[in-house]
Design a protein around this ligand. Structure first.
Ligand code: PBG
Length: 332
């Protein structure tokens, strides 16, 4: 680079004299193709229900889900991530409802695919919606048992794939689960089922509103996920997690949360050059959305935040604001 170029031969403001010029030299953009809408669906609910800690986000009952999918498609979004809330009496210590082939999530995937076969469905793989202790796996004393959990996650993944999920997303952080799930998918003939690994998932306090939304926080009773989710202080460890998951057969890797981990997103994309997603999690969403609703921040902060995640290197972003932002950018 020629550092001799000085004012006035260089006036960086020349390219900022109009919105059209600014857009012309813009380095990053967000389109609805980059956005994924997470959706809370609740068994035995008729209609919808609001979530106290997540402004404008609802839980949808079986009868309302397809209507909402239609809204999402109309906003230009092609991909959804489903999170079930099951009947409390179905939760137990082994999360056995996760591997009941007629469970709520499997029936909802079928219901959605029947009407909207073109929508891309991401189904989460973890036991926290199903366990009575709120952990992502089964316990041996107080410790989440890695290998026993992986065996269950394999079964859960096969059921989700058989129900029609396009993308299986293990969010549990057990070691070795990608390899086992990939092997089983291959041997059962699900050769095109995509594995999106929550590879670098931090033990973050930004998940609070999500845990309220799916009802796992009261179950956890203050117990932490620190024996499986990553230490929030770590960076190199994210490299190791991602390297392992790619070797084990992940098609896409994810960093989660997003805004507090932009350095990690950037490093992963640069180092591995594989499809890399980021999750703007519930706490990030609620913080921003609440400030917008209170009038403390301009509504453009949501787009600014998503753009920063894109700029860091994310190819796509899971965001509770996906639908609204997608509409907004369409109308810009
Ligand atoms: C759990 C799971 C979590 C999220 C997605 N899947 C929370 C957790 O690890 O407790 C968080 C998403 C969010 O906060 O928006 N398997």
């Amino acid at each position: 680079m020629n550092m001799e170029r000085k004012f006035p031969s260089t006036r960086l403001r020349r390219l900022r004299t109009s919105k059209k010029l600014i857009d012309l030299v813009s380095e990053n953009t967000i389109t609805s193709n980059d956005l994924i809408q997470p959706l809370f669906i609740k068994e035995n609910l008729s209609g919808t229900e609001s979530i106290k800690s997540m402004p404008d986000i609802l839980r949808y009952g079986k009868d309302e889900v397809n209507k909402e999918i239609k809204n999402i498609i109309n906003c230009g979004i092609n991909t959804i991530a489903l999170f079930p809330i099951i009947k409390p009496e179905l939760k137990n210590s082994s999360g056995s409802e996760a591997i009941n082939k007629d469970n709520f999530i499997c029936s909802m995937i079928k219901q959605i695919k029947d009407e909207y076969p073109e929508i891309i469905i991401i189904a989460d793989v973890a036991l926290d919606p199903y366990t009575d202790h709120g952990h992502d796996g089964v316990l041996n004393q107080d410790y989440v048992d890695n290998d026993a959990t992986v065996n269950i996650l394999v079964e859960q993944s096969l059921l989700l794939a058989a129900s029609g999920a396009d993308i299986i997303a293990p969010s549990d952080m057990m070691d070795g689960r990608i390899a086992k799930i990939r092997q089983s998918l291959e041997s059962e003939g699900f050769i095109n089922t995509i594995l999106l690994s929550y590879a670098a998932k931090f033990n973050s306090h930004f998940y609070g509103p999500f845990r309220e939304a799916i009802g796992s926080s009261s179950k956890l009773q203050g117990s932490s996920k620190s024996s499986y989710q990553m230490n929030t202080a770590n960076y190199n460890e994210a490299y190791n997690e991602v390297a392992l998951d790619i070797n084990e057969g992940a098609d896409i890797v994810m960093v989660k949360p997003a805004l507090a981990y932009l350095d990690v997103i950037n490093m992963i994309k640069k180092e591995f050059k594989v499809p890399t997603f980021a999750y703007q999690v519930s706490g990030e969403y609620s913080m921003i959305q609440n400030a917008i609703k209170e009038g403390w921040l301009d509504k453009n902060v949501m787009l600014e935040s998503l753009l920063s995640i894109k700029r860091a290197g994310a190819d796509a972003i899971l965001s509770y604001a996906a639908k609204d932002i997608s509409l907004e950018i369409k109308n810009l």
